[in-house]
Design a protein around this ligand. Sequence first.
Ligand SMILES: [Fe+2]
Ligand SMILES: [Fe+2]
Length: 215
Amino acid sequence: MDYIDKLKTGENEKNIIRNYDILVKNDLDTNLYQHSVNTLKYAAILAEKHDVSFKDYSRICIASVLHDYGKKLDIGQQREIVLKNKKEVKIKPGDLEIDALLHGFSGAFFIRDKLGIYDRKIIEAVKYHTTGKSDMNMVDKIVYISDKIEDGRQYEDIDYLREISLKNIDLCLLEVYKNNIIYIIKRNKSFYSQTFNIWNNICRLYGGFLDGPRR
Ligand SMILES: [Fe+2]
Ligand SMILES: [Fe+2]
């Protein structure tokens, strides 16, 4: 676990991250474990590059390694957890039919209740890592982006997204979000009920950048 030794956190935080890493390794399949590690590695690079606080750096590492831990549960269990906690997540009934959304929401409640993680920023970053949300903070943005562009991912435009992730995190968020919307449309999939609000919010906040518009 070289990559954990190299993180810019204290020894206590490294031990915590190491334990979560082991948990993810034991409970998720190999590909998903590798993706979780890659997300952590990429998020650590972005956190350092964008000068986040010491506390947020650790939060980003913990949320990254655990972001897909909700996939340990089957879809039925995920839906059950989301329903049980529905007051704490922005969902409409139709969202419960979109399987791909549920692991972020359920994963957040799962790590809170089973692992005792109560840090609000960590919980929120895990909860909305698939959908994004309006008014994302730096922890949310870095976890959201790293999940989509970590080194194991391969798709058109990814080099551009990686390049801007190091220079302008807000522009990168806008471009990654846009990419995700296009991905969903191309596959005839349904949107999360909040997607257009979130997109509008991202555009209002960060749409002014003209550094390399893509489409
Ligand atoms: Fe995910
Ligand atoms: Fe992921």
